[in-house]
Design a protein. Sequence first.
Length: 360
Amino acid sequence: MTTIPAVDQIAPLTSDQVVQFKRDGYLVLPGVLDPERCRSARDKMWETLADGLPRMKRDDPATWGPISDEESERLAAKRPSGGGEPLLGGKGHRFYIRNGAEQDMLDLSPRALWRIAEQLMGADTVVWPEGADESGMTTGPCLMSDDAVGGLVSHMGDRMGWPEKGTFETEDALKLPKNGPVWLNGQGSRGLYCTLPNSPSPGPEYRGSHSDGACYGRWRLQFAAYIDDLPPNSGGFTVWPGSHTRIWDEQWEAYKEGEKHTDKHLTDRKAGGYSDAVIGQIKVDTKPVDTHGPAGSVVLWHTKILHMAGQNCSDDVIRQATIYGYLKTRAALSDELALDNAGGDAWRDWSDELRAASID
Ligand SMILES: [Fe+2]
């Protein structure tokens, strides 16, 4: 059954934009989100800060300094009783707000972009973000690979009784509290990821640059959406154009040779997502792009693209992004196929329209 979101839909991509996305692995849509919803998300962010970090004043950027270790520990101690992480957390120049499964945050971006997600990934093949129910719980599918189980442990705590190793089978109705890692069952975004002004340089090695998670699994299309104006060089999602298919191909090859994304004991990792040889090569031969735009801008990206949160060189801008990944449903993509790139085509699980787009 086709899901019809109750929120206004952002216009579908033009054929040129589809080609651009396929070729570059990312696409910027300037100022497409509803301005009122963006404003409301900013207001809520400041309410959360007023509660947890009251020394930060909305009208005084001089108070937006980095989060001290003491502040960080104090925030980390406020774990919600329902499980998961504190609503507000952070360290140094980064803070996050775990509100990604709230209905207003879902309406703001993942649902407003629903038609585009279906345009790129295929109609009726994408997991719908239902978000938290009245009890604060979310329910959705999760392929229980080692890295997914690792994410559950690191974000939920190890008292939940998760096994150490994944089953590599999809759990159809994984229940997670709204403050938990709700991106794993497709029910929420990562909330708000923010970078405070004057953040440190990542250095010539682009410290922190990575490709998300494993090649196997259900994620295909992801996005970062800015709820406030984001000028250039102010911490925007930074991306290496064209790196998506290179990493995709290389990681599948490594997986077929027996290496899992989580095999940290290996000295020479080909699919860890941070220091893979192909990633080193991409950093040498490709110039990264800093994405930016007015409030409501969205950056769509292929889940395997090399990226990082950029350095925020501004004095008076907080980079405020919400990040979401669309999952393929089990009905559209069996576990067998989610764990295999049979056919070797990076676009096997995408829409006919995208597959047909010519990038030569
Ligand atoms: Fe990432």
